[in-house]
Design a protein around this ligand. Sequence first.
Ligand code: GTP
Ligand code: MG
Length: 320
Amino acid sequence: MSQRYNDIEELPGVSAKLAEKLRELGYSTVESIATATVSELVAAGVDEEHASRIISAAREGIEIAWVTAKELAEIKTNIGRITTGSTRLDLLIGGGVETQAITEFFGEFGSGKSQICHQLAVNVQLPVRRGGLDGSALYIDTENTFRPERVTSMANSLGLNADEVLERIIYAEAYTSDHQILLVEKADKIIKEKNVKLIIVDSLTSHFRSEYLGRQLLPERQQKLNKHMHKLIRLCRAFNIAAVVTNQVMSRPDDIFSTMAVYPIGGHIVGHTSHNRVFLRKVAGKPLRIARLVSSPYLPEGEAVFKITERGVEDVEATE
Ligand code: GTP
Ligand code: MG
């Protein structure tokens, strides 16, 4: 998508003051205004006619870029992959976590979602020949579970300089769902500056779950999550980076006959926009984990066993 306006200040009718206010509310790009509704901007204190003019200008300023299938094929050949640390898990998801897409790891508490995030934040820094993308990671933590010392031990296991690895993980704690949304919306600058190749949101859904309680708020929650996921996917495509999100699942006692008696908290909307969804489960009393590829646009469903040890995410030996 190419744009006539680079900054929201350039839009006719948007003063520096209004731009600042819009940014505070999460409308930091021309694109976000083009996809906003009049009522959203009215709620932000802009009068109706003014809001509709700004939105129209933003929409006119965005040119939809049609590409030929050949060009599309070229874009796809640029897809990069990050190893998870386990060759079997990599194979299950088509050769590692891919750029230009969102990979969602979902599962119960302790199933290894955050461990995989830590490992990927390290592995993305590896050179391409070792399964990395020679880039840095952006880590959005919503549950305050990021542990630098865990990164240190993973980095040491790979023979990397732990200080350098920590230096290339750019961390932010998101305090609310709105804050989390804003962090993603404002990520483009830092992605460029720091050569970010992976953006992690651990967890995608925890704030949404605690803030939007009850059936009544469900549509609003889904709509916000959906928009948030779309922002993420746009970043992935614009910068050829990977996004990894986690999602805790709850058990569903009424569904005991289902092979998967759990369902992702984000429900189906998250499922449709994220491209690869991997369900993780524990094996009682063992460091083993089973990953199941649940939905992917082009890969077959399947399972892979891996383990989480002191060294991080690893393959299971034949004897284990
Ligand atoms: P929630 O965020 O609670 O939903 O869980 P999660 O899926 O993020 O779980 P997480 O990735 O935090 O996995 C925790 C598990 O990883 C622990 O129960 C351990 O089995 C393993 N683990 C975490 N840290 C270490 C470590 O330093 N050494 C070893 N050997 N295992 C670890
Ligand atoms: Mg976790």
